[in-house]
Design a protein around this ligand. Structure first.
Ligand code: NAP
Length: 649
């Protein structure tokens, strides 16, 4: 290795015997193994034979290979891996770009569009380097960096990432976080059953090894520990002020700085000065309680799903769960076995994506392969990323020529999907036409956020102690919940799994920009930002996961944050290099972007008129929360700022 660090993805050396290798391979994803074998042997014939993936479908690790084909590959791989082990597990040579493209085509079971290859190559990190690391040179005067301070609001996944990159850039920064540690939504949401529903090997930072996940879709405690681990690994904790909440930020034109007012843990007030203010507050952090008459009268404990009490024991209790979106879908099956009775109040039925890996532990053999086989984990990540990359955003576009008189599908492909999803529901609820009727959505699949199910939700509905209630709620009273048909549903505990104030970006902070403009007033119910990041009248304010950047068509928000942080750091670099004190998007640039945004988003399924309630929509039914952009396009836009888009001071 000539004193150089070993490529972290090249596989940790091992001495396991052939039988152990063979046993481990029983658990692996064979297409990813085949790519790993190309690295390990240097022989591309592994991916040039007749055995090759027939599909690349989200959350499917088999890609259409038959059992016999998989067995053949495994049998061939054992001696090759043993030989590599006997040679001391040398770091393989980096494949040529042409061969990497061929491997992508192989994994994708189709030619990958050359226009998007760079994005995937950038994420693969085959050379072992973190492609997003900040490596500024001496074009930036040391004194410029020394005088520059950044305040980051929030230490969730995006704020933590911003801290890592600012550290690498040698810039002084403070992360202000209202809770007692990192993780953001993955710290707040401690409800039973909380787990990620984007594959864990993709729902993590591209630059952190991902061989440690214990489940393919890990639970909240593991994700929370991950963020704590990343924070300390990168030393970001040195710059964090936990238990401190930003209440107000005011732009000062003369000094070209933000005055950031914070409420400290002891209730006091403090002020920080920032040349740049980065919002890493996320978009799903302010709980939205419903406005149901009588909520205050309830005699027992009641709380929002994101504020789950630490000491709550539901054993033997009658529980009312109001709301059954992504959170409610995870809570009900988890608590149902312990409660005496569970009433689930669901206003709108939900589509669910069948996913048999959803609760699956990563078997020992696959974990071994992630750790020891060169680039196996990277190609496994690619298999998560590719089908979810938004290449297929066109699948979300409403086909104007598609005729469905009941509005239950919006294109032929959607109609076909609907048939599959209907089959998933009816097959699990066979013999219960009442439940099938209640559970079958009357809008097209994907028009609200798709949920994941491995059968646990539908099995939960079949339990004797669970009732799915689709009748509207009239009021809450001391004894429980009263529906509009006058029936009282007695409850000891009420859980409000009613979602978040998605449209209220930076709520409840007061942000005052140039000339005293109040951000909340400027946003109104139609929040917009150029690329979802910068906002006219708000110089040097950068949003991560800002307006119009939530993803309903795939990918991972952590990947999205990597794009945005890259862009923000490039903006900061520009300020430091030029000596400009402030930057703000040009109004015409912002407005043209918003015009295209609105036109695009209105053609997408999330705007479908059959969807009455959706946290994606504002009160007028318009969408300012979601991204309509293909992931590779957004990745391309955020590689670097375009100086022509901004006014500089
Ligand atoms: P949500 O998807 O907005 O669901 C809220 C639920 O409460 C829906 O069933 C909604 O009904 C219902 N509701 C809201 N107001 C109501 C009212 N006044 N009366 C009756 N019912 C009412 O919220 P969420 O489940 O917390 O999820 C929000 C987002 O958080 C998700 O989209 C996702 O992005 C994220 N999340 C992710 C995960 C994960 O990765 N595993 C888990 C949880 C949350 P309607 O459908 O009729 O509006």
């Amino acid at each position: 290795m000539n004193g150089q660090a070993r490529n972290p993805h090249a596989g940790a050396p091992f001495t396991d015997g052939d039988a152990a290798i063979a046993a481990a391979l029983e658990d692996v994803c064979v297409p990813a193994l085949m790519c790993s074998m190309v690295h390990l042997t240097g022989d591309p014939s592994w991916i040039r034979g007749a055995i090759r993936p027939r599909s690349a479908i989200l959350n499917d690790y088999v890609s259409g290979l038959t059992v016999d084909e998989q067995a053949e590959v495994r049998a061939r791989a054992v001696p090759a891996i043993a030989a590599w082990r006997d040679a001391g597990c040398p770091v393989p040579a980096t494949p040529s770009p042409e061969l990497v493209k061929e491997m992508m085509d192989f994994m994708a079971a189709a030619p990958v569009d050359p226009a998007v290859v760079d994005m995937f190559a950038d994420d693969l990190h085959l050379d072992g380097a973190d492609s997003g690391a900040i490596t500024w040179g001496d074009e930036i005067p040391a004194e410029a960096r020394a005088d520059f301070h950044v305040v980051v609001i929030g230490c969730g996944e995006s704020g933590l990432l911003a801290g890592i990159r600012l550290d690498q850039a040698g810039i002084d920064y403070t992360i202000v976080e209202k809770t007692d540690g990192p993780g953001g939504t993955w710290r707040d949401n401690r409800y039973p059953g909380a787990r990620v529903d984007i594959g864990s090997h993709f729902y993590c930072y591209s630059f952190e090894p991902s061989d440690h996940w214990s489940e393919y879709f890990c639970r909240q405690p593991e994700l929370r520990r991950y963020f704590e681990h990343v924070m300390t690994t990168y030393g970001v904790d040195r710059n964090c002020r936990f238990g401190t909440e930003v209440v107000r930020a005011v732009w000062d034109e003369d000094s070209a700085t933000w005055d950031v007012e914070v409420r400290t843990a002891d209730g006091g007030t403090d002020h920080l000065t920032a040349n740049v203010l980065i919002s890493g507050t996320g978009a799903l952090n302010a709980p939205k309680m419903p406005d149901i008459p009588g909520m205050d009268e309830f005699a027992g404990p009641s709380f929002h799903s994101a504020r789950w009490p630490d000491d709550l024991d539901l054993t033997g209790k009658r529980v009312a769960q109001i709301g059954a979106g992504a959170s409610g879908f995870q809570i009900a099956p988890t608590i149902a076995p312990e409660v005496a009775h569970l009433d689930i109040f669901q206003r709108t039925a939900q589509w669910m994506f069948p996913n048999m890996n959803y609760h699956r532990a990563v078997p020992d053999g696959d974990a071994w392969a992630m750790r020891h086989l060169p680039f196996y984990a990277r190609w496994f990540r690619f298999l998560m990323f590719y089908p979810a990359s938004g290449l297929s955003i066109e699948n979300s576009r409403i086909d104007p020529d598609w005729h469905d008189p009941e509005g239950r599908s919006y294109s032929r492909a959607n109609f076909e999907r609907r048939t599959i999803f209907e089959g998933w529901i009816t097959s699990h609820l066979e013999g219960r036409p009442d439940l099938i009727e209640k559970s079958m959505p009357h809008y097209p699949p994907s028009a609200k956020r798709m949920l994941q199910d491995n059968g646990s939700w539908l099995k939960c509905l079949l339990r004797d102690n669970v009732e799915l209630i689709r009748t509207g709620i009239e009021r809450v009273c001391a004894e429980g919940v009263v529906t509009v048909d006058g029936e009282l549903h007695p409850a000891d505990v009420i859980i409000y799994a009613t979602g978040f104030r998605h449209n209220d970006y930076l709520f409840p902070m007061t942000i005052i920009g140039r000339d005293g403009v109040n951000l909340r007033e400027q946003f109104g119910d139609e929040p917009t930002a150029y690329l979802g990041i910068t906002i006219p009248n708000f110089p040097n304010l950068f949003c991560l996961y800002g307006p119009g950047t939530n993803l309903a068509h795939g990918a991972s928000l952590i990947f999205q944050s990597e794009c945005q942080v890259n862009y923000v750091l490039d903006a900061i670099r520009h300020l430091l290099v030029t000596g400009d004190r402030a930057m703000e998007p040009k109004r015409p640039v912002h407005d043209a972007y918003v015009e295209t945004y609105v036109s695009e988003i209105n053609q997408m399924v999330w705007a479908h008129p059959t969807v009455k309630y959706s946290h994606f929509k504002n009160k007028d039914g318009r969408i300012y929360t979601l991204s309509p952009w293909p992931i590779p396009q957004y990745w391309g836009w955020t590689r670097a700022i375009d100086v022509d888009d901004f006014d500089f001071v």
